[in-house]
Design a protein around this ligand. Structure first.
Ligand code: TXD
Length: 327
């Protein structure tokens, strides 16, 4: 059977880690595209030259030509600028929207049958733009944010309780911005409610404080890393998170992963991309796992969707030539 083909658009910090993870997991042959000359070729040569040590048999190619992404099964996009300390993700809209336009046109022309996973920020707006420009069915165009945001929330809970993060389940919904919504009510340790554990440990009042601090840290976790790095944003964690999504699709795993997906009435949202639990398999987004939010959660979710809408409304003025399809 032919190997799968994965193309990575953007060969920067995240792109390089994505390429290495694809190779280590033998997900398929990998093409790394960037507009910077020679750099993607250099990165792929570097990774390929350790194949014997790491024991993988896949082809790795760096390129500056979109023609090389032809026949891709999955395309993962990281092209665009990352944040600098003090910037919000939304500050990247103007410059990254223009990059996303070029990238989407390249994907539409050369990889028309691919599944597309966007990582570039501001995430929800970039996914929307890519779907509109490619015209691909929404189940084939999605964004990675929730896997990482949820993993961050799980990590903070695990560190607080002193248990393995593997036994924590907790999710973050909504847009990938400061308004994202960590869902406290369903956070659990192998089915045991996290809140109950915190109350046993600290009593009611302090437990609430501890949980609020974890929720706030989750919402600001990207910025925490940006500040520490001083130059650029998180790259190991978004790469691993997107690989989990690509693997779910390529290996038809039917995993339930928080994914930026186009909602058609689910969670009370019509025609906007935001993060919700999705079933990912060979058909891409094979289903959205809707569940009842309580009034407070719904209000926070609606607030997050409103923030995404605000960004989408700005797109026509950034890309006036696309005003028709962006309506
Ligand atoms: O969870 C998430 N979704 C994210 C997203 C978590 C962290 C960072 N996230 C965002 O990913 C971040 O805000 C950026 O928008 C992207 C990429 O982050 P990365 O850290 O990889 O940025 P780099 O190292 O600057 O790499 C971007 C590359 C760089 O090599 C540029 O030359 C290239 O993008 N680039 C382009 N590639 C193709 N086509 C065009 N037009 C282009 N312009 C720049």
């Amino acid at each position: 059977m032919a190997r799968a083909k994965i193309s990575l658009i953007g060969g920067g910090q995240i792109g390089g880690v994505l390429a290495q993870l694809c190779a280590l997991r033998e997900l398929g042959d990998v093409v790394l595209f960037d507009i910077v000359e020679n750099m993607p070729q250099g990165k792929m040569l570097d990774i390929a030259e350790v194949a014997r040590v790491d024991q993988f048999d896949v082809e790795l190619k760096g390129t500056n030509s979109y023609a090389d992404i032809a026949g891709s099964d999955v395309v993962i996009v990281t092209a665009g600028l990352p944040r600098k300390p003090g910037m919000s993700r939304d500050d990247l809209l103007g410059v990254n929207a223009k990059i996303m336009k070029q990238v989407s046109e390249g994907i539409k022309e050369y990889a028309p049958n691919s599944f597309v996973i966007i990582i570039s920020n501001p995430l929800d707006a970039m996914v929307t733009l890519c779907q509109k420009i490619t015209g691909f069915p929404p189940e084939r165009v999605m964004g990675q944010a929730g896997v990482l945001d949820s993993n961050r929330f799980c990590s903070f809970i695990a560190w607080e309780l002193g248990v393995s993060v593997r036994d924590i389940n907790a999710m973050v919904l909504g847009g990938h911005g400061d308004t994202m919504v960590p869902i406290v009510r369903y956070a659990n340790v192998n089915g045991i409610p996290v809140m109950e554990q915190l109350i046993r440990k600290y009593g009611e009042a302090k437990a609430k404080e501890v949980m609020t601090a974890m929720v706030e840290r989750t919402k600001m976790a990207g910025g925490e890393v940006v500040k520490l790095l001083g130059n650029g944003s998180a790259f190991y964690s978004p790469a691993s998170s997107a690989i989990a999504m690509a693997e779910a699709i390529l290996r038809d795993q039917k995993r339930v992963l928080p994914t930026c997906a186009l909602l058609k009435g689910e969670f009370g949202v019509d025609n906007y991309y935001v993060g919700v639990p999705c079933i990912l398999g060979a058909g891409g987004i094979e289903g959205i796992m809707e569940f009842e939010l309580d009034a407070e959660e719904q209000a926070l979710f609606d607030n997050s969707v409103a923030a995404v809408k605000g960004l989408i409304d700005e797109l026509p003025s950034i890309l006036p030539d696309l005003a028709d399809i962006l309506k």
